[in-house]
Design a binder for this molecule. Sequence first.
Ligand code: FDA
Length: 401
Amino acid sequence: MAKFDVAVIGAGAAGMMCAATAAQRGKRVVLIDHATKLAEKIRISGGGRCNFTNINAGPANFLSENPHFCKSALSRYTAADFVALVKKHRIGYHEKHRGQLFCDDSAEQIIDMLKDECAGGDVHWRMPCKVDSLEQVDGGFVLHTDSGEIEADAVVIATGGLSIAKIGATDFAYRIASQFELRMVEPRPALVPLTFDPQQWAPFVEMAGIALEVDVETGSLKGRNPTGGRFREDLLFTHRGLSGPAILQISSYWMPGTPIVINLLPELDLAATLIEGKGTIKKQLGNVLSQWLPARLAEGLLLAHGFDLEARLADLPDAQLRKLGAAVNQWTITPNGSEGYKKAEVTRGGVDTRELSQQSMMVTKVPGLYFIGEAVDVTGWLGGYNFQWAWASGVAAGQAV
Ligand code: FDA
């Protein structure tokens, strides 16, 4: 039976980073993945250019039942550390939007860089190789795979979450967590488009394709550990509901059965503006609204809220204008679900951080067993944060193992 110091299961972002770090410290490391193509998620990320980190990444950009857990790993391996690695490999990059860093050419360069780093430590590869189960034995672990058994003193689970099964996602990490009786935070699709009841959505179907910058919020923003979120980003209407960065961001905070509140004109108090303009603006309501909103959206909103398109602003009572103002500045709607793991960029929830050491990512009650990356209940915002967590948690375990 092949014997290693460390077996890393899952050769995605976190797994490769961890294997390279441990191997460069002189550990004999095997890196195992069941996929036929390496690191497909990195390849398709950021539209093929991989938004590999965010220069503003800090604990506030992550969701977790324990918001403090990620602090240690993130502070010991920062966005600047990863940028230094990217520079060392002479990969050109640029900042796109709010600190998001992308490759100039291709995500493939990040995969090659991580492969090089693994080669620098002489990491052994088993790929494609599916790990079926893990057995704890005296002083270590035995991995049962579809190509034989592997023995290791320590095992790092880096098999990610449930998002996008067609490129290799499995529930392996959760099965191992259950085998060792570790607490879990319920996994849910996150960074995902939201859907609505078809009848409720009927007036908006025609608006598919419309995009605009909005404020969106959900949940409670009060207290020391707020459970809600608020973002100003672009929103996109789809045939089944809403998407775009604003919605992907808020989806991570959204709880089924609760509403989201959208301000379609964040820079304008619509009711006050309309009431003030009644004396001077002679136009019909539809025309008035379409100075600020795409005409198709203005029309659809008026119809959906029972307004007559032909009505003249001057003829409408203030109460009606306040109703319209609320419909635009505080559009409150309750999604009936999301597009699910097929479309979700990440999985929220996972192995409960109370089971892990924040320094090493090791399971406190199972010495030698580690969980890193998306498998853990630490979920980043859209914008390079999830990769930064993969790198940081991978390095933390790679240094400790
Ligand atoms: P990851 O999912 O990357 O790797 C897990 C690996 O485990 C896979 O290679 C899988 O094949 C393997 N595996 C699973 N079960 C196994 C088993 N039983 N045996 C062996 N191997 C097994 N983030 C970001 O910061 N910037 C971005 O631009 C994007 N863009 C983006 C686009 C799209 C379309 C998606 C779906 C996601 C993103 N993300 C992102 C999120 C980011 O890709 C994600 O958070 C990280 O890849 C998570 O890294 P992990 O290494 O934890 O899991």
